[in-house]
Design a protein around this ligand. Structure first.
Ligand code: 13P
Length: 257
């Protein structure tokens, strides 16, 4: 069964309490767009306040630690995120992989920890410009994803309805260089084939694969019409309700009210 498009805002390290008004506006606008599922991942400090106020949109985090607890100064566990009201966590974002040296093995440990804590996950993958130039992007993305998902087949089967994949080519993030529709189609179809391999036809066919990288209201409609694109993970354009909901509107018609 085709699922609703999933439009997720990754606020990255942006947002103080002054941004709560944008979150409120996003939540109100989402109530008129029920054919689209809308969520935001603010910085940790805004998870609980947004969770308390939001009537419809889900709130999530941008990372978690792989351990359940302990002497890890500055870190946050998946259970703490759930306790603060997070329903999901973004894992393996390239800004974590590159900026914080996160390996596939570490991302795998985090996906296992988050799923064990009952959270949904958005697992990111994507090649850099050099890998793309060498023509190795598809192979790289498949290997990266396979090594970042939980290792156990039983764990995978149990969790498929809580796993979303996000394809975010690094060269398209925050650059204004959106991937071409052909690029997106090629990677999403390769990811779909991998999911079907790992999860079987039914579960693997149903999982959503988001595209991320310079998505804006102007290009969201055409990107979301590409086969196997089930939504968007949006950075810069998710920071105001106007542009973020412009993306949601480009994807789903408003309900008749
Ligand atoms: P931009 O939409 O700013 O390119 O960021 C994409 C991204 O990294 C979302 O996770």
């Amino acid at each position: 069964m085709a699922r609703r498009p999933y439009i997720v805002g990754n606020w990255k390290m942006h947002g103080t309490r002054a941004m709560l008004s944008e979150a409120r506006a996003i939540d109100r606008a989402a109530q008129r767009l029920l054919k689209v599922e809308v969520a935001i991942a603010p910085p940790y400090t805004l998870i609980h306040p947004i969770h308390r106020e939001a009537e419809l949109i889900a709130v999530g985090a941008q990372d978690c630690h792989e351990a359940e607890g302990g002497a890890f100064t500055g870190d946050i566990s998946a259970a703490m995120l759930a306790d603060a009201g997070a329903q999901f966590v973004i894992l393996g974002h390239s800004e974590r992989r590159e900026g914080h040296g996160e390996s596939n093995a570490l991302v795998r440990a985090k996906t296992e920890a988050a799923l064990n804590a009952g959270l949904k996950i958005i697992l990111c993958c994507g090649e850099n410009a050099a890998t793309r130039a060498e023509g190795k992007a598809v192979d790289f993305v498949r290997r990266q994803l396979k090594a970042s998902l939980p290792a156990s087949a039983a764990e995978l089967a149990d969790a498929s309805d809580r796993i979303t994949i996000a394809y975010e080519p690094i060269w398209a993030i925050g650059t204004g260089n959106t991937a071409t529709l052909e690029d997106i189609a090629e990677k999403h179809s390769a990811i779909r084939a991998l999911l079907v391999d790992l999860f079987g036809d039914e579960q693997g066919g149903d999982m959503r694969i988001l595209y991320g990288g310079s998505v804006k209201p102007e290009n969201a409609g055409e990107i979301l019409r590409v086969a196997d694109v089930g939504g968007a993970l949006v950075g810069g354009a998710s920071l105001t309700a106007d542009s973020f909901m412009g993306i949601a509107l480009a994807v789903g018609e408003p309900n008749e009210s």
